[in-house]
Write a protein that binds this ligand. Sequence first.
Ligand code: AMP
Length: 507
Amino acid sequence: MNDNLFSTFAERMNLRLDKTFIETPEGRDYTYAQALALSSQLAGALQALGVAPGDRVAVQVDKSPEAILLYLACLRMGGVYLPLNTGYTASEIGYFLGDAEPALFVCRPDSLNDAQKIAKETGCPVVETLGTEADGSLMEKAAIAKPFEGVEPRAGDDLAAILYTSGTTGRSKGAMLTHGNLGSNARSLTEAWRFTESDRLIHALPIFHTHGLFVACNVILMAGGSLYFLPRFDADAIIEAMPRGTSLMGVPTFYTRLLQDDRLNADLVANMRLFTSGSAPLTADTHREFEKRTGHAILERYGMTETNMNTSNPYDGDRIAGTVGLPLPGVEVRITDADTHAPVPDGDIGMLEVRGPNVFKGYWRMPEKTREELLEDGFFVTGDLATRDERGYIQIVGRDKDLVISGGFNVYPKEVEQIIDEMEGVVESAVIGVPHPDFGEGVTAVVVPAPGASLSEEQIIGALSDKLARYKQPKRVFFVDSLPRNTMGKVQKNQLRETYKAIYQDG
Ligand code: AMP
């Protein structure tokens, strides 16, 4: 039996050859038949360029339908797809190519010179280009290649992709994902979220990350639906697409920005059946406001590069604001004492660990890191702190490394942020720990005030004094216009810690 994920996709693609798989606003559309055909041309081109099964294909290109077909081509011929964030600089790319040793690097047409230089330095033998208009040398090679119409046999635990984690501390690690990991999660999400061939998913996420690449595209391929591909988040384009869309997968900032637009209302979303959110915490406020405006409760789920998706609020049943729902079928979740890995009682905060067919195989060429985080009993230590309520719903409290330890006491930033966020005149906040001569770390709040609001440091500290134990109260409060976020909407607390690292040093 062939466990290549592409065989599963191909079976489903062949059932609906005339149906649209990907559409773009410019009308650069592909039916399933055309997608199958171009994937075989591209797979043929990869083989002709010397890529063998098991070889990595590193790809740093802008979002386009052809980039997804390259991913499919790579699966099809047994290659290991390695997408790279389009924001990475040449020197960062040097690290990834050196570490992953790909057989081919596909870059943007205008980065060819830099890419060739880095490829030479790192020993990557071939560089090709792919543009956003179906242009570039790889497309030219695909047009004349002998198509590869088969599907390379793969076992379930053979690698399908390597995705480097964003790595806010230390070196970025390559998470090795197998055909079995991706297939099991795509099946499970398709079922849990009721995706069918009638779905037309509005796709505005980047495709170098697990959310936009695997969650969105693999689910649509499993279900036989269509993708409406936007190059990036653009409220106007999304609002224009809603009347013909059925679903939207977003990061929380998609929803906060949509809520700023008066055109968002129940009429606009009459054809939509599902809005999902993940990759960063969705505030309970945004959840409630979205429901009030549209009648839809956003379905929040939780996952990560290493594990695919782990938990989800239910499709039918209560979607509880501020929680990430229940474990997906086949996924085991335990919340443990970070030192002993022994489960803590429900309601206590502990380290979230997961086990299941979705959990990756390990970090590329980092056996020690893998041993630290992927335990012998198969549980993966996510680095996220969480609690579980009596109904089994899980709440993420924050990243382990964002925990503040002040005077020997643990301060969970989210608890402090939630109270600050509820204050009149506050848009949002981030609470961090920075070195403090007496306390080890000093609790510090960085606050975004609403336009026109006049808030002072004393006011915020004063308002918290009867709500939080003294050790949890921020010692300093800073005001900023906006919090630093990455492309997935995650607040970059490491950057904030760097900015404010010296504030307690002079006394
Ligand atoms: P990444 O590997 O880039 O997908 O990042 C995974 C991390 O994003 C997780 O370990 C969590 O810290 C965070 N994350 C993902 N989904 C959620 C969510 N729904 N709520 C809170 N944090 C989330």
